[in-house]
Design a protein around this ligand. Structure first.
Ligand code: CS2
Length: 508
């Protein structure tokens, strides 16, 4: 079908969407905000917001979402201009399912101090978070948003944003600073505190947020710290759905298919999962009616997901970059890499997973491999490699530690870790410069440059970054030697050849 004119998504354009696009099954005009979400990225829009639309359809209530971005991108030109409306597109091979999501009712973008010297946008966001109508504060702010030290999970008091927030607690720039300020405002006004629900791939995400908020409060006002510790409820969760960054081609493809331009479009896979710790006493949206699970202990689900789904992604994404593959599905389309993923997870990771109620691990692993092969998802290996310093502990290093402790095989994991080291050094085997987007990029690139091509020095340098690796691995001679050999190998030939030889050595 072709359309004479494309209109921009917004209230007026809803009726122009083809009937095949599913609409909210509730009266959006009656929806008032009850959730404040920090970090309105693609993942939130395709995961929690969709669960919330399902919950509103099952049991309507005051659970609209106010979406806040504490930093770029500015939401105004995209979602703001569309009154919060956007579509999500689920793709599985050739199948496409489009749905208009209605839960996002307002957006607030906090502008930098240089652009907003009066901090009016920040005040608006804080007032919204402190408002009595908000019963839930959720967040997807990426791993580094928690300002913690990856190796220990403790607040990084040297983090520039944390130093800022200790000096200026009323105009915070960090996520823990924002949450603390909002809680302080509510406590001062005698209002009940909202549930604080973290939806990032951070180990013990709710507890990590709690440690960061309490650690910061301790520096600002110990009495406030005690109050927050007593009153606030931080909820751990496990979240899962693959949602790559939206590309211009996705937006133009949507416009061509529907006649409507949607600059808030998100594209994901059909699979989704959400497990929340059941510990908040107050009201919540009917997310359980939408399939979210409320359990006593999230940890086994979280460990399973981070070591299997994210583990495969992080084991292969740098190897993918090093082998010239732009997208994860292209990596997984090469038998050598998908066999390697299955081999590593089954032999090295699965034996050390905790039992997870209701989940058969081998079915879960097979399903994960097939999800990662979905060619309709254009998930960049570069995107997954971004911020690897914040990801590898829970995805690769903890499984490695478990295998070392049990004295079981771990070479597949070591190949992934060597891949990260090679990548983080910023130059591939052919001498091409790689774009390393990571808070530790300057440091890892400097380590690689100072190693002068000596792999053992490079490995020593990387392992000495205690905030990522702790202290144990730098003292393990086997790990160091193996990594050095692999780094040399990955520097000399394409990663697929290194992986192929490894698999051949395992055969029989
Ligand atoms: C990915 C995740 O970019 C990344 O870090 O590994 O976003 C991943 O796709 C999701 O966690 C899947 O649930």
């Amino acid at each position: 079908m072709t359309f004479a004119m494309t209109s921009r998504l917004g209230l007026a354009a809803i009726d122009r969407l083809p009937v095949s696009v599913r609409r909210p099954g509730y009266d959006r005009g009656r929806l008032s905000p009850g959730i404040l979400h920090l970090g309105v990225g693609a993942f939130h829009r395709c995961h929690q917001a969709e669960y919330t639309d399902d919950a509103l359809e099952a049991d309507f209530g005051p659970w609209g979402i106010i979406g806040v971005n504490l930093r770029a991108p500015d939401l105004e030109p995209t979602l703001g201009a569309q009154r919060g409306l956007y579509c999500r597109e689920l793709r599985h091979h050739g199948d496409v399912g489009r749905r208009l999501i209605g839960a996002l009712v307002e957006t607030i973008s906090v502008a930098e101090e240089s652009r907003d010297p009066q901090r009016a946008s920040l005040r608006r966001a804080l007032d919204a978070a402190a408002s009595p109508s908000i019963g839930v504060v959720t967040m997807t702010v990426t791993e580094k948003g928690y300002c913690h030290i990856p190796a220990t999970g403790e607040l990084d008091l040297d983090h520039p944003d944390i130093r800022h927030d200790i000096a200026y607690p009323e105009t915070p720039v960090s996520v823990p600073g924002f949450v603390l300020r909002a809680l302080a405002m509510r406590l001062a006004a005698g209002r009940p505190l909202p549930a604080l629900i973290s939806c990032d791939n951070v180990p013990d995400n709710g507890s990590t947020l709690r440690r960061s908020v309490l650690g910061l409060a301790q520096k600002i006002d110990p009495a406030l710290r005690d109050l927050v510790e007593r009153e606030a409820c931080f909820v751990n969760t496990m979240v899962d759905r693959i949602v790559p960054a939206t590309r211009p081609e996705d937006v133009s493809g949507f416009a061509a298919a529907t006649g409507v331009e949607d600059l808030g479009l998100v594209v994901g896979e059909p699979f989704r999962m959400w497990v929340l710790e059941d510990r908040f006493g107050g009201p919540l949206p009917a997310w359980d009616r939408a399939g979210a699970m409320f359990v006593k202990d999230v940890a086994p689900y979280e460990i399973l997901k981070m070591r299997v789904v994210n583990g495969i992604q992080s084991n292969l994404c740098q190897l993918g970059v090093l082998s010239g593959n732009d997208f994860m599905a292209d990596v997984m389309a090469e038998d050598v890499f998908s066999d390697f993923a299955l081999h590593t997870i089954s032999r090295e990771v699965v034996p050390h997973l905790p039992a997870v109620p209701g989940i058969d691990v081998s079915t879960y692993v097979a399903e994960t491999i097939s999800r990662l092969k979905n060619p309709a998802l254009k998930h960049r290996t570069q995107q997954i490699s971004t911020d690897g310093s914040q990801k590898i502990k829970q995805r690769l290093l903890e499984p490695l530690r478990a295998a070392l402790k049990a004295n079981t095989p771990c070479d597949g994991l070591l190949i992934g870790i060597a891949g990260w080291m090679k990548y983080a050094g910023g130059i591939d085997g052919a001498g091409r410069v790689l774009e390393v987007l990571d808070p530790f990029a300057e440091r890892t690139k400097a380590i690689a440059a100072a190693s002068g091509g000596d792999a053992a020095r490079l490995v020593d340098g990387m392992l000495s970054i205690e905030s990522i690796f702790g202290t144990d691995l730098a003292q393990n001679g086997f790990v160091k030697d193996r990594l050095a050999t692999l780094v040399v190998d990955l520097g000399m030939r394409p990663s697929r050849e290194v992986v192929r030889d490894f698999l051949a050595s395992q055969a029989g």
